[in-house]
Design a protein around this ligand. Structure first.
Ligand code: C2E
Ligand code: SIN
Ligand code: SIN
Ligand code: FE
Ligand code: FE
Length: 409
């Protein structure tokens, strides 16, 4: 429980902190966590406006979380129309907040009602609810922030205090600005990938989002097991989310004839294709930020294999020269192996292959889930870091949930 003064001090530093988060998903999670913290809300949801609808985009729930320690909450996304029939819809439609003491006891004179379906499915009891529009400086509503069940010091659910309304309103405005900026960044990345025609435009978004989200899930689980400090995890998730989206951006340097070839590649084509790793790393050669640096690392290392049979090996991507001491007898650089492969490379390697095998490509059919999972097990210790394969199976529920949230169209 924060005092009034602490709350205002906290909100000043939070404004600065959330402005530094660049990835949209990481940002939504952070915003919800901090908003819930400010008012001791047990649960909460963020809806983001998409094509004139509200998309249920992110949710947290401490009570449900406690029932499955160490696992991520599984949820499905859905959309609500922006009209007065639902609570979130009403708030988006009218641009005003709602502070409801008990959503099961709403007067019938109100235009909206509470949908108990989620509670019925989960066994959770939603009671007090504070719902805010996410409004930008221009006054555009880009989403809705919904906080659920304020808990007092004794852990009992109480109505949200009126005193907290301006505080949360202010926080929601800062959040809206940060979300809008993150949406623009995400759109820019996706547009760049589409422009380069790296994939069928219809598919681009889901593929890169899946690889990125799988990577973050793997990293988080791996890092928590190793007791990496939470602030380091938070920063790395943000950086990894965006660099993983760009893992194949070096394919811009590969000719369409090879990239879109419906059949298997011949040896020469395969060699040419391998250059998408070094080409990708070169695109980030300026290395202005940790984000550029991580993107170069991911592009360069995502096809190295744990047993030292991957590519491109110990090479300087900027001049194409083999690093001193790593020349093989055939003149090529020795592939990296084991711990020589940076952790982001080992993570994205697994996420990328899992997604490639689970999807249809111009050159191959989609594999059954069982076959894909068997393949990952078989390749533990050869293609993949065994610890990463273990991590993958430990968070398989989360991985499958991500796949469902980013379906191919
Ligand atoms: P991608 O389609 O995103 O595939 C990424 C990685 O997933 C591949 O890296 C490989 O490790 C794994 N993978 C994908 N499909 C299969 C499969 O059917 N069996 C197995 N065992 N592994 C699979 P890789 O091989 O280095 O390929 C890198 C990229 O080169 C691929 O990205 C794809 O864009 C292209 N590529 C690879 N092989 C072919 C091919 O035969 N035909 C065409 N047209 N493109 C290919
Ligand atoms: C609403 O805000 O009314 C929709 C969400 C829900 O009913 O859980
Ligand atoms: C792309 O960046 O071309 C799509 C992502 C992927 O290959 O998995
Ligand atoms: Fe690749
Ligand atoms: Fe790929």
């Amino acid at each position: 429980m924060l005092t009034e003064k602490q709350k205002y001090a906290k909100i000043i530093t939070l404004g600065v902190e959330i402005t530094q988060v660049k990835d949209l998903d990481v940002l939504l999670e952070r915003i919800l966590k901090e908003a819930r913290n400010l008012v001791s809300a047990d649960a909460g949801t963020i809806y983001v406006k998409e094509d004139d609808k509200l998309k249920f985009s992110y949710t947290q729930n401490d009570t449900l979380q406690e029932r499955q320690p160490g696992k991520k909450l599984i949820y499905s996304t859905f959309t609500l129309p922006i009209n007065n029939q639902t609570i979130a819809g009403y708030v988006a439609n009218n641009g005003e907040m709602l502070n409801l003491a008990d959503v099961y006891k709403l007067p019938s004179s109100l235009p909206f009602s509470f949908n108990r379906k989620f509670d019925d499915l989960s066994g959770y009891r939603t009671q007090s609810m504070l719902t805010f529009p996410l409004k930008t400086n221009r006054g555009d509503i880009i989403g809705v922030l919904q906080l659920i069940n304020e808990k007092n010091t004794r852990g009992r659910v109480v109505p949200f205090s009126k005193k907290d309304e301006p505080l949360i309103m202010h926080f929601a405005n800062m959040a809206a600005v940060a979300i809008e900026r993150a949406q623009l960044t995400r759109a820019m990345i996706l547009r760049t990938i589409k422009m380069a025609e790296l994939r069928d435009p219809k598919e681009t978004g889901s593929h890169v989002n899946r690889v990125a989200a799988y990577s973050v899930a793997l990293y988080e689980h791996w890092a928590e097991k190793r007791s990496v400090p939470q602030d380091v995890i938070d920063k790395n998730r943000d950086i990894l989310r965006m660099s993983a989206m760009l893992h194949d951006v070096g394919k811009v340097a590969i000719s369409d004839v090879i990239l879109k070839k419906p059949g298997r590649l011949d040896d020469a084509e395969r060699e040419a294709m391998k250059q998408h790793t070094t080409a990708g790393a070169r695109l980030f050669s300026e290395q202005y930020s940790e984000f550029d640096e991580a993107s170069a690392v991911v592009a360069l290392n995502h096809h190295e294999k744990w047993d030292g049979t991957g590519y491109p090996g110990h090479v300087n991507p900027y001049d194409g020269k083999t690093l001193v001491g790593y020349e093989q007898s055939d003149g090529k650089p020795r592939p990296k192996k084991g711990d020589e492969i940076p952790i982001f490379g080992r993570i994205v390697a697994l996420a990328d292959v899992f997604d490639a095998l689970s999807s249809r490509r111009v050159y191959k059919e989609k594999w059954d889930e069982g076959q894909v999972l068997d393949e990952l097990k078989v390749c533990s210790g050869t293609h993949f870091d065994p610890e990463m394969v273990e991590t993958f199976f430990a968070c398989l529920d989360t991985i499958k949930n991500i796949g469902e949230r980013y379906p191919d169209h």
